[in-house]
Ligand binder design. Structure first.
Ligand code: COA
Length: 183
């Protein structure tokens, strides 16, 4: 595995701009999706209760970029520069693992499929990346569908893989989806 990875700080799709978070994004994240229990249902964190929670999240994003291990982009619309969500790529042995979310008012427009496709394009342009993968709760049909539409294959179920505190106190079964360089 190569030690460093330097993805672009900004990526564009037909409708979206993916950009590196800034310190002053915290109030916007808090307002737009951080507090929403529907958005965070299948995520590994609890809804934000104070803007400081979003501030702490941004500090983690910034340190991930600095250590070149985790890259989070905020997703904004190209036409209105409106924050709609975020997507992250975390480096691992031979590739990257994705996580993502959208503000509820933007669900169902194909936006995340578009954002995931942009990250996959970037990932396979880096010769050190052989595998792009993501897991989603077995009940998170919208997320599974995004991955299928973006060309990922379901590899099976990882039993008791992920602790999602908003749905259960014990780890939940997840689907593992992947695209590989040779598939
Ligand atoms: C998962 C999420 C990012 C999807 O984003 P999105 O932009 O709405 O996704 P898309 O519009 O590209 O596609 C959603 C697909 O799921 C389908 N879908 C949505 N809810 C569904 C459900 N309850 N059951 C079955 N299919 C569902 C939609 O019909 C669509 O498929 P289609 O295009 O074939 O009709 C969004 O729902 C979200 O942010 N959820 C909360 C955070 C989250 O769970 N993140 C993923 C963690 S693994």
């Amino acid at each position: 595995m190569r030690d460093s990875m330097t993805p672009p700080e900004t990526l564009q799709t037909a409708r979206l701009i993916l950009r590196k978070p800034r310190e002053d994004d915290a109030p916007l994240i808090f307002r737009t999706y951080g507090q929403d229990a529907e958005v965070t249902r299948y995520l590994m964190w609890r809804p934000h209760t104070h803007v400081q929670d979003a501030q702490t999240a941004i500090q983690r994003f910034v340190s991930g970029w600095t250590s070149e291990t985790r890259f989070c982009w905020l997703i904004v619309t190209r036409d209105a520069d409106e924050l709609v969500g975020s997507i992250a790529a975390r480096k691992d042995e031979n590739g990257v693992n994705l996580g993502y979310l959208l503000a509820r008012s933007h669900w169902g427009r194909g936006l995340m499929t578009e954002a995931v496709a942009a990250i996959v394009r970037w990932a396979f342009s880096d010769p050190s990346i052989f595998r792009v993968w993501a897991v989603c709760d077995v009940e998170n049909r919208a997320s599974a569908r995004v991955l299928e539409k973006a060309g990922f294959l379901c590899e099976g179920v990882l039993k008791q893989w992920s602790l999602q505190p908003n749905v259960s106190a014990i780890p939940r079964d997840c689907y593992s989806y992947a695209q590989t360089r040779q598939s």
